[in-house]
Write a protein that binds this ligand. Structure first.
Ligand SMILES: NC(=O)c1ccc[n+]([C@@H]2O[C@H](COP(=O)([O-])OP(=O)(O)OC[C@H]3O[C@@H](n4cnc5c(N)ncnc54)[C@H](OP(=O)(O)O)[C@@H]3O)[C@@H](O)[C@H]2O)c1
Length: 272
């Protein structure tokens, strides 16, 4: 497993995503993921599965401090009144005293950024989280967050071979903020991609393994594939026994020209 080192912590670069996993599936798949060797789990208040995620971690027998656990505060809980109580509820559901990373899930223009960022920092001061970060923040908002003095370790955003995140990724690197790739499989849209398949054939790997490997070979990038299927879980983990060449990397890079974004809710900010 590759680790990304940031603020004194080594984070497993390949994590497990839990969006859309209902309670039963989350319990089963998080358990399977930990048994397979995944040590980085991503959930959120809005996924409504923090409770089974917490149960699966407890049942795994793997010590809590060997797992990097992230949750996210939903955008209607970003006020001074609601933020900390919502995190306390998350911790109760997750059956733990702390998460490793707490994120603002989406920016909310109705609530001053200063207020949410203050609460995020307060959550860390209280020991509810070891690290803080944001999600779905374009460059402008990351800039504002950093200007408020918040030492965020990541911005979790959509990233896969079909989207162009060049501007955001270079900006984050300049600021020593990692990029956590959500929807690394483009929610299925890279399946069947001919170029990725052809690259994979040289190594006996499929198109998803190529896409995930491509991310692992980029500096300060983490990825969170999600699956509800044990065979896919295993396959997605088997990306540390081969290496893409510079030419392979460049070929995958070219796919971003189509700049395809799959997560586009109506409350999204103006993207870079
Ligand atoms: N911060 C945010 O706003 C945000 C937004 C979106 C996602 N996320 C995070 O990022 C994680 C991943 O993103 P995502 O859930 O949007 O989608 P994703 O990981 O890009 O794609 C998931 C899809 O890929 C399929 N899949 C996975 N492995 C496969 C394999 N080896 N072969 C064939 N199909 C495979 C899954 O189907 P099967 O179940 O059949 O395998 C599922 O339909 C989320 O779970 C969540 O933790 C965060």
């Amino acid at each position: 497993m590759k680790h990304i080192h940031v603020q004194g912590t080594a984070i497993p670069a390949l994590g497990f995503g839990t969006l859309y996993l209902d309670e039963k599936t989350a319990l089963r798949m998080v358990g399977a993921a930990i048994a397979e060797g995944y040590r980085h789990i991503d959930t959120a208040q809005i996924y409504l599965n923090e409770s089974p995620v917490g149960s699966a971690i407890k049942a795994s027998g793997v010590p809590r401090d060997n797992i990097f656990l992230t949750t996210k505060v939903w955008f209607d809980k970003l006020t001074k009144k609601d933020f900390l109580p919502s995190v306390e509820e998350s911790l109760r559901k997750l059956k733990t005293d702390y998460v490793d990373l707490l994120l603002i899930h989406w920016p909310n223009p109705e609530i001053p950024l200063e207020e949410s960022v203050e609460q995020l920092q307060l959550a860390r001061d209280k020991g509810y989280t070891k690290h803080i970060g944001v999600s779905n923040f374009p460059v402008k908002l990351v800039e504002q967050t950093l200007a408020l003095g918040a030492d965020i370790i990541t911005n979790q955003v959509e990233y896969h071979p079909l989207i162009d995140q060049t501007k955001l990724h270079s900006y984050l690197r300049e600021k020593n903020v990692t990029l956590t790739a959500y929807s690394p499989i483009a929610q299925g849209e890279i399946i069947g991609n001919q170029q990725l398949k052809e690259i994979g054939e040289k190594y006996g790997k499929n198109e998803i393994q190529v896409a995930l490997r491509w991310m692992m070979q980029q500096p300060d990038v983490l990825a969170l594939p999600r699956t509800s299927n044990e065979a896919n879980l295993k396959s997605n983990f088997q990306i540390f026994d081969f290496e893409l060449t510079t030419d392979d990397m460049a070929q995958v890079d070219k796919l971003k020209e189509q700049n395809r974004r799959v997560v586009t809710p109506d409350f999204a900010p103006e993207w870079d």
